[in-house]
Ligand binder design. Structure first.
Ligand SMILES: C[S@@+](CC[C@H](N)C(=O)[O-])C[C@H]1O[C@@H](n2cnc3c(N)ncnc32)[C@H](O)[C@@H]1O
Length: 270
């Protein structure tokens, strides 16, 4: 089981899916709009930043990623951060650059995208602070919950010291067509699935800007009556890029005789 989570000790090779475009004529038409914003996405773009063509749609622009990292650092007392959806590294590079966390783990299931993330972390000089993992982050969370000893020691964490960052795929750009985006329809992981996978850990969710706040409040209230949530719209050039929800941990995180497996008051593991 653990074999499907590969802790990387070396750089994955960049593949023919990884690109650094210098000339607009080389850029596929559907991503030219993003390429024109390349310096807002990665300030060091010209230092050789690499992206897959898909990653252009999902990467968090550097100023937003830096602000989120700064905000999370002021909110959390945790020392370990897990980025469940590492992508090409937009967020995890910002977290590493904050020098707030003593451990940072970035999980990404697509090898070419992860190769870009490792490469980009090197461009930004933060590779040594990040443990990169090739694999399925939901599988990782499941092992962390049910069978932590099956995890490679390099990615075993103390849940009491861990904060989760989740910037999942949003299922394409269809969310833009909705005044209020129904988070139960988000693909491939809807809000409930994500929340249950991360529960009871402190979690930061990076969601579409028009996400339905009522759904978020209802889900949280179903578990913790008095929980207060910070919900922040992160804007650039006058437009929101994302709604970020800071979910506090649910107490108690339980330590049992076998180690630090998570025991929860409300069992979401079914
Ligand atoms: C929106 S992007 C993340 C962008 C990232 N925050 C950045 O700034 O570069 C979502 C990423 O999650 C990856 N992904 C989707 N499901 C996953 C899973 N179960 N485990 C790990 N990665 C996953 C996708 O391949 C994609 O690269």
């Amino acid at each position: 089981m653990a074999a499907s989570l590969q802790v990387l000790h070396d750089k994955l090779p960049l593949t023919d899916k990884c690109h650094h475009y210098d000339d607009v004529d080389d850029v596929p038409p559907h991503i030219q709009k993003y390429w024109h914003q390349r310096y807002s996405i990665f300030d060091y773009y010209d230092q050789g930043v690499q992206l897959t063509d898909d990653a252009w749609f999902g990467v968090t622009p550097e100023p937003v990623a830096n602000q989120i990292a700064q905000d999370l650092c002021t909110k959390t007392s945790k020392t370990t951060l897990i980025d469940l959806f590492g992508g090409a590294g937009g967020n995890v590079i910002a977290f590493a650059s904050s020098f707030h966390f003593t451990r940072i783990i970035a999980i990404e299931k697509d090898a070419a995208t992860l190769a870009c993330a490792q490469h980009n972390a090197e461009v930004y000089g933060v590779t040594e602070y990040i443990t990169f993992v090739l694999g399925d982050s939901l599988h990782y969370l499941s092992l962390l919950r049910h069978n932590p000893s099956a995890l490679d020691p390099a990615i075993r964490v103390d849940p009491n010291q861990t904060t989760i960052f989740a910037s999942p795929p949003w299922g394409g750009v269809a969310y833009r067509e909705h005044e209020v985006f129904d988070l139960s329809t988000m693909e491939p992981y809807n809000l409930e699935k994500l929340y249950k996978a991360c529960f009871p850990l402190e979690t930061t969710l990076f969601l579409p800007r028009s996400s339905d706040l009522n759904q978020i409040a209802e889900l949280l209230a179903s578990n913790e009556e008095d929980t207060k949530l910070d919900v922040v719209q992160y804007c650039m050039e006058g437009a929101s890029k994302a709604m970020v929800v800071y979910v506090p941990e649910s107490k108690p995180l339980h330590q049992d005789d076998e180690g630090w497996s998570i025991a929860v008051e409300k069992d979401y593991s079914q």
